[in-house]
Design a protein around this ligand. Structure first.
Ligand code: SF4
Ligand code: SF4
Length: 197
């Protein structure tokens, strides 16, 4: 048996270790109860890409596109401001003068593998030409394919007013996932389905 003075000295340490044990047990119990509650709650698995697709909010910065005018030509005036401001040096612009005397990009390449999607190119553009859209499905098998040119950028999907929801979709092995038209333009608010304690 320990002498009384030794017992008194050890008391604060014992109390501390009891508190630590209680705190850890409380965390463990709360973690387990959360896990159990999810086991019996509604399933919220998104059926992507076969039946559903998450469309990000319009403010999302995804794959770039180049806006076009009524004649189908790019808005870009090849001023190179986007290339100058880009912190990753991933935009390459070579200007030329077209038959109407307009300055246009002969080459407009973006290396998406280096891009950090900061949006500075969009902010710097004086011609409302380059934009970052909501498209995010562009995996490829080699890094060279991540460099996209002017014509590809002109053909990329524009910004949608819809977003921030899950929409019905279908998968095509040729051209990817298509979001189906919905009458009211509203998707499913996936986040609302997630149980929060
Ligand atoms: S989003 Fe940023 S990093 Fe990407 S091309 Fe534009 S400026 Fe460069
Ligand atoms: S996209 Fe805009 S900033 Fe970039 S070269 Fe064209 S006009 Fe200039």
């Amino acid at each position: 048996m320990l002498p009384l003075t030794q017992t008194l000295k050890n008391k604060p340490t014992q109390i501390l270790s009891q508190w630590i044990g209680w705190a850890f047990f409380r965390d463990l119990a709360s973690g387990l109860s959360l896990t159990l509650s999810y086991m019996f709650s509604k399933t919220v698995t998104e059926q992507y890409p076969d039946k559903e697709k998450w469309v990000p909010f319009p403010r999302y910065r995804g794959h770039h596109f180049l806006n076009t005018n009524e004649e189908g030509d790019t808005n870009c005036v090849a001023c190179e401001l986007c290339a100058k401001i880009c912190p990753c040096d991933c935009i390459d612009v070579v200007p030329f003068e077209d038959l109407k005397g307009n300055r246009r990009p002969k080459v407009f390449d973006i290396d998406l593998g280096r891009c950090l999607y900061c949006g500075l190119c969009e902010d710097a553009c004086p011609a409302n030409a380059i934009k970052l859209g909501q498209h995010y499905e562009y995996s490829c098998e080699n890094s060279e394919e991540l460099t996209v040119g002017r014509d590809v950028l002109m053909g990329m999907p524009r910004k949608s007013e819809l977003g921030g929801a899950v929409f019905d979709a279908s998968l095509s092995t040729i051209d990817g996932v298509h979001v189906k038209e919905v009458e009211n333009g509203q998707g499913r608010d996936w986040w609302q389905d997630i149980r929060r304690n």
